[in-house]
Each structure stands twice: as C-alpha cells, then as structure tokens.
Design a protein around this ligand. Structure first.
Ligand SMILES: Nc1ncnc2c1ncn2[C@@H]1O[C@H](COP(=O)(O)OP(=O)(O)OP(=O)(O)O)[C@@H](O)[C@H]1O
Ligand SMILES: [Mg+2]
Length: 478
C-alpha cells in the first residue's frame, strides 16, 4: 500500500511544515487547505490515502462532515484529527465515526510520527479486510465444500442450517487439513454477517501477551513496546466473525478473559478503562480433543461450554475416500490453470494408489500431491511416479496403540501388520515416534530383541541402546 497522506490544514505555515516533514520521511503528501479541495481529491480524483491528517475546523466547514461522507462511501483509511480547542461534542462524534486519534496543537512531531505509523499499520489491516470482503464473499458458498460422500453431504446440510441461524459461537473440530478453514469461511461469507469482516487469529502463533493485545487491543504505553493505541481483533470483527484457529493453544488465563468478553459482549483494551461493546460471532477451530485438554487442565470447561453452542466435526479424508473423485479433478483444474499444463487423464494405478493412501494430512496433503504431480507432468496424464505416497505412514486421530491385532481407528489394521501408523499432525515428536515404532515391533516379535532388530534392519546393540534410552520395559526373560 503506497504511503500517501492527505493533510487537510488551512494554516499555510503549519500545512507547509507538515508537508515537508512527511515528504522527508518518504510519504507522498497531498495537501488541501480547504474541505472542498479535500473532498474533490477523494471523490473526484479517486485519491485513496491510507492516512488522513485533518484539522477539525476549516474555513468551509467541519472536517468531521467529510469523514462522515467518506465512511458512507466505504473509503478505507485512518483519520487523525488536529484540534486547537477540542469540543467534547466533536470528540464524541469523531469517536463514533471511527477516527483513529486526536492530537492537540501545537503539534509534537515525535508523537505525531508514532500515531501516524500506527495509523498506517491499521489502514493496511483494514484494507486487507476490505479486499477480503470484496473478493472473499463471492468465493465461499455451501457448495465450496466439495465431496460426494455422505459425510460431506451432511456437512453441507449442517452448514445450510447454520448460516440461517444467528449463532454466537461454535467449534469446528477435525484433524489438520480436513477443511476447518473452508467451513469457517463458508459460515461467515454465506452467513448473515457476510457484509462485516471476518478476522482470523491463530492462537498458537503468538506468545500470550501479544495474543492478548492482538485480541483486545491496547492503549498507548500499556506495556513495553506498546506504541500508540491499537484496536484489537475483537473490535475489528465487530458485526462480523472472529475466527480463533487452534483455540486449544490459547493460554488458560487468556481463556478466562475471552470467556468474560463473550459472556458480557464487552471488554477493555489492555491498559484501558473504557468498556468497548462488540457484537461478534466466534468460530473456534481445533485439531485437538478439547475434552482431553479439559481433563489435562489446559482448557477451561466453562469456555468450552460457552463456545460449543454447536460443534461441527469435519471427518478425516480417509473416512470419506469417495470424495477423492471430486477433489482430485478440482485440484488438477486449479493447478492446470496456475501452471498452464493440461492434465486431464487419471490412470487406474493413480486412482488405486490415491484410494489406498490414508491421507494423514487430509485434503491439504492431497492438494499438495496433486500440485506436485501437475507441475511435473510431461503428458496429459497425472504421473504416477510423482505421487510419492507412503502407505506405511498414517495418522488416525485416535492415536494408534500397537500393531499385533490391537490397532484402533478406521482402516488402521493392515492384514499382515507390516505397517505402523504414526500421526504427522505435530502431536508426536520424533523421539516419541521412534519409541512407538520400537514398541510396536517388539510386540510383533513377542519381545524378542534379536528378531525385532532384524525387522527394523538395525543391530541388536543399537536396539538395546534405544530400549534403555526410552526406558521401554520388556517382560521378564526377554
Ligand atoms: N471439502 C473441501 N473442498 C474443497 N477444498 C477443500 C475441502 N477441504 C479442504 N480443502 C482445501 O484443503 C486445504 C486445507 O483446508 P483447510 O485449510 O480448511 O484445513 P484446516 O482443517 O483448517 O487445517 P489446519 O488444521 O491445518 O488449519 C485448503 O487448501 C482448502 O481449500
Ligand atoms: Mg486451518
């Protein structure tokens, strides 16, 4: 977004000084000495400045009137007002119109720079939301959830019901890559809140303090590094949807604050006293079992109950293999379009392999596989050699116990027990997998270390070393 600032200021000296100041630090400056001129730049010349710095009272009117017109015309940008003698009525009106900040004259340039850079950041976020609204809403209808399995049909049927229901919160659960994000976008962009923003935050991506100020905003100087006032995502999502991805990763004390905000529909910014009213629908997504998280003390039960007005589970792809028949051509078409290739034939062997795979990364994994195949194709046929599917790696959500007849989870038991299934969703570390594989192999070999070492293609000593390292208990006599 270009760094353009519109300055509306009728005092020639101050106007010129501000212009020089901003040009020096790399801004393109448009200066208007009267409201009429500013209005014509915005409405006739199509100027779209991310930041406007306006004197409140001008010879030809009050600049709040112009802000009001701008808001009615959905022109995106942040407005900062300069006031000589601010009246309470003006400031109340400015707040109601969504002004970003006020600065008193005479201007303190250091403070001005801080406020302007905060406003620019906010304008960028605002523009992104606006663009998303413009393009996003057309893209997500109930039919965007592709698949002809009964599970997919059921999801579409539920989505149709949910988008007609004013629901304050819901949980979308499912393994990684199953389509929780898609479902959420459908709920928002086809739902009753589609004209307002959908704001998304991944709760695992930020440390607690930042997540708190991201969600609730902060007042200037409320914590080290908090420059300027900032509106949080709750405020940005007002009227729309707040999508809390990976909700299980939210720190427990922040969960309490979230619960309070949801129950009371208002909150305070970090370091602020003023209560801010909001009306947001919260969609929380998780690939963890929240009930287990509650048992482990990682998730608040009361928040769980508040969020689970409805729970939508998106099943893993391996439970709806038939959906491949629609998803594969869809992704081929997408990557044909992106790469200029024209793959149109899917051979028998490709189908067999695709259907036999257990898709631990679900639809996202499928999309990646198809992308690779389309990019590397030399003919119009999807190349089987680029599938690179590894049938021995598999990730059922109900984590697998051990092979040897006691595997759980759909499709998990392979007839000859040659395969081991481990989750690739981050829930298991490499060492844990190593331990798990060794335990499984030991069990299959009735805890005979020599036979197990042979099966794992390693030496008895290495295996012994790892058995000790992972503290694997062998039955007496083994
Ligand atoms: N039913 C579906 N129809 C069409 N595309 C889908 C469907 N399900 C998933 N996808 C596509 O698969 C990819 C992964 O989906 P998405 O990001 O929604 O998964 P997720 O469940 O949110 O994963 P994560 O837990 O990792 O965030 C996306 O590119 C999405 O567009
Ligand atoms: Mg997601």
């Amino acid at each position: 977004m270009a760094k353009t600032i519109l300055i509306i200021e009728d005092e020639p000296l101050l106007g010129a000084e501000l212009k020089r100041h901003f040009e020096r630090v790399g801004w393109r400056v448009e200066l208007a000495e009267q409201l009429g001129l500013a209005r014509s730049k915005l409405f006739d010349k199509g100027l779209l400045p991310p930041v406007v710095l306006a004197d409140m009272n001008l010879p030809d009117g009050n600049s709040l009137d112009l802000l009001e017109e701008v808001k009615q015309n959905k022109i995106v940008g942040e407005w900062i007002f300069l006031t000589g003698y601010g009246s309470v009525a003006d400031s109340v009106r400015a707040l109601r119109l969504g002004a970003y900040d006020f600065l008193e004259k005479p201007v303190d340039f250091e403070r001005l720079d801080l406020v302007i850079s905060g406003a620019m950041r906010s304008a960028i976020a605002q523009r992104r939301l606006y663009d998303q609204l413009e393009t996003g809403s057309r893209h997500f209808t109930v039919e965007s959830f592709i698949g002809r399995s009964s599970a997919a049909e059921q999801i579409r049927a539920i989505l149709r019901k949910l988008i007609d229901t004013p629901i304050s919160a819901l949980i979308v659960s499912g393994e990684t890559g199953t389509g929780k994000g898609v479902v959420t976008k459908i709920l928002h962009y086809s739902g009753q809140r589609q004209d307002a923003p959908m704001v998304e935050v991944n709760c695992s991506a930020l440390p607690k303090d930042l997540l708190e100020s991201e969600l609730f905003g902060h007042e200037a100087g409320s914590f080290t590094g908090a420059k300027g006032r900032r509106r949080g995502l709750f405020e940005q999502a007002d009227g729309g949807t707040l999508f809390l991805d990976e909700i299980a990763e939210m720190p427990v004390d922040l969960q309490s604050k979230l619960l309070k905000a949801l129950e009371e529909k208002k909150f305070r910014r970090v370091g602020g006293d003023r209560e801010i009213q909001v009306d947001v629908q919260v969609i929380a997504a998780t690939n963890r079992d929240l009930l287990t998280c509650i048992e482990e003390g990682l998730f608040r039960k009361d928040l769980y109950h508040r969020l689970s007005v409805y729970q939508l589970r998106v099943p893993p792809l391996r439970e709806r293999v038939i959906d491949l028949e629609q998803l594969v051509p869809l992704f081929i078409a997408e990557f044909n379009a992106k790469s200029g290739k024209s793959v149109s034939v899917i051979g028998e062997r490709v189908w067999e392999k695709l259907k036999a795979h257990s898709w631990p990364g679900n639809v996202r994994e499928l999309r990646n596989v198809i992308e690779r195949c389309v990019l590397f194709s030399d003919t119009n046929e999807l190349p089987v050699q680029w599938l690179h599917l590894q049938p021995e790696i598999y990730a059922p959500e109900e984590s697998v116990t051990v092979p040897g007849g006691s595997l759980s989870g759909p499709d998990a038991v392979t007839p000859d027990h040659q395969f081991i299934h481990v989750p690739l969703d981050g829930s298991m570390g490499l060492d844990e997998m190593d331990r798990f594989i060794i335990c499984a192999a030991l069990e299959q070999n009735q805890h005979n270390v020599t036979a197990t070492a042979r099966m794992l293609n390693t030496t008895r000593d290495t295996l012994r070393y790892r058995i000790n390292k992972y503290d694997i208990q062998l039955p007496d006599g083994a």
